[in-house]
Design a protein. Structure first.
Length: 462
């Protein structure tokens, strides 16, 4: 008599009690993080980083993940991606110890706070891997995300036209939770702590749902999808972010190409041009940067011809050659563009100086101030070459997993969700060149939530 085979657990079955709790905490974060302004509960001494309400929700998520870990201890160690995250955390901890005791560039409590923040933001990635094993969970989250995005849009409209309060963390005083109103000429931030955070969030959402635009078969649903993307893009233009604008256009075009919809790229550029023409806050900043570099080039060319004329005149002149008058020194192009100058003259050199103090481990998290405006240079300065390589390894494993999943023959929804997630991932890497998005709590947490769902889909096919 043949022994009976044990039934295998279906990936698309019902949630267990633990998974149900994890699902609704995850859904709470999808709603709460974008919509609840960054009101501080209490501040941490030595920094204006504050403990906020979403931190307690993430702590609850951590306890649920711990329960899952105790139930299946080897689950998270089975995958290359998750192992690379653990290594990244470990290198970060070693960099903090080095910064405290070797370079003495950071106090203990501050270093541990910033290390814990990075772990906190990445924890939802593991929850996404678990939850996406149930197909119904993915559909539930994909219905929830656009409703939240439309709520962000509605609040942005309220700020623009009805003086809804603005909660910002752009400086020490604002970070105390002071309610402001949007002043003329100030870029929109909606429910986020700054316009760059809002712009990044909108780029992520647009990229993700651009991938899903090819899924509906009925023209009505596809038309509603287009309207949804246009509404978010209009709101993004109000943020005045050049890098987010460029990342959106590039990655949406890429996802349409990968979705085998190349003709859809034409209206993307058409809409982008219209948006630029009608948004002085972005087009003006692009034009000023172009004008600065063009003026600098003209001055260099004029200087070459002036020098040649002076040499010719000095050869044929009979009288003593007069001492040439030194032309007034022109500012370098980056000095004439404020945000570029801050990066090139202050923030980026500061990160490189930190790297030079300890090339292998840097000077520890939080040692080079809260802003570097380049996540890669920040990783080099705070965690050295080892930390930078650990971070890049995480990105490479995530990228490889997304590409591997796209190559599989998945159902249409999952396939296009992976395309949108790849676009979201690439846009985030682009923005990280000029903004510290991996340290911005709202967008960083959402990034790891969405990519956790996507990476979990690739594991289901393994």
């Amino acid at each position: 008599m043949k022994p009976k085979k044990k039934p295998t657990k279906k990936l698309s079955g019902h949630n267990t009690l633990l998974e149900s709790l994890l699902k609704y905490v995850f859904a709470t974060l999808i709603i709460f993080i974008p919509l609840y302004p960054k009101f501080p509960l209490f501040n941490i001494p030595g920094t204006y980083v504050a403990v906020r309400s979403e931190d307690f929700i993430l702590v609850l998520l951590a306890f649920l993940l711990l329960a899952h870990f105790l139930k299946n201890p080897l689950f998270f160690f089975r995958f290359t991606m998750t192992r690379s995250i653990f290594i990244f955390w470990l290198v970060g901890l070693i960099a903090i110890i080095s910064g405290i005791f070797l370079t003495k560039t950071i106090p203990f409590h501050l270093g541990m706070l910033h290390w814990a923040r990075r772990i906190e933001y990445m924890l939802p990635f593991f929850a996404g891997i678990i939850l996406v094993r149930n197909h119904r969970n993915l559909i539930f989250f994909l219905k929830l995300i656009p409703l939240v995005a439309l709520s962000v849009f509605a609040y942005g409209i309220a700020q623009l036209y009805f003086n809804a309060p603005v909660i910002s963390t752009q400086n020490v005083e604002f970070s105390k939770g002071i309610a402001l109103t949007l002043q003329p000429g100030v870029n929109l931030s909606s429910t986020f702590a700054g316009h760059y955070d809002l712009a990044t969030y909108l780029t992520m959402t647009i990229a993700l749902f651009a991938g899903l635009l090819a899924v509906p078969k009925k023209n009505l649903f596809r038309f509603l999808g287009v309207i949804f993307l246009l509404v978010l893009f209009w709101l993004q233009l109000r943020t005045g972010s050049r890098i987010a604008f460029g990342a959106t256009i590039i990655t949406v075009s890429l996802v349409f190409y990968l979705a085998k919809k190349p003709l859809w790229i034409i209206p993307v550029f058409f809409i982008a041009v219209i948006g630029l023409i009608n948004t002085p806050s972005i087009s003006g900043r692009f034009n000023s940067l172009i004008d600065v570099y063009r003026h600098n080039l003209e001055q260099k060319v004029k200087g070459v011809f002036d020098n040649r004329a002076f040499i010719v005149k000095s050869i044929y002149a009979q009288e003593e050659t007069p001492t040439p008058t030194k032309p007034p020194e022109n500012l370098r192009p980056i000095q004439q563009d404020r945000s570029t100058s801050i990066r090139f003259d202050v923030e980026w050199p500061r990160a490189l100086r930190a790297l030079s103090k300890n090339p292998f481990l840097g000077t520890g998290y939080g040692s080079i101030s809260l802003a570097t405006d380049n996540d890669y240079l920040r990783a080099l300065g705070e965690t050295g070459l080892l930390g930078f390589l650990a971070l890049i390894t995480v990105f490479i494993n995530l990228l490889a997993g997304l590409i591997r999943g796209i190559k599989h023959k998945l159902p249409s929804l999952e396939h296009h969700f992976l395309l949108g997630s790849l676009s979201l991932f690439l846009s985030f890497l682009m923005i990280a060149t000029f903004i510290d998005v991996f340290e911005a709590s709202k967008v960083a947490t959402l990034f790891w939530m969405y990519t956790g769902l996507a990476y979990g889909l690739t594991l289901n096919q393994s």
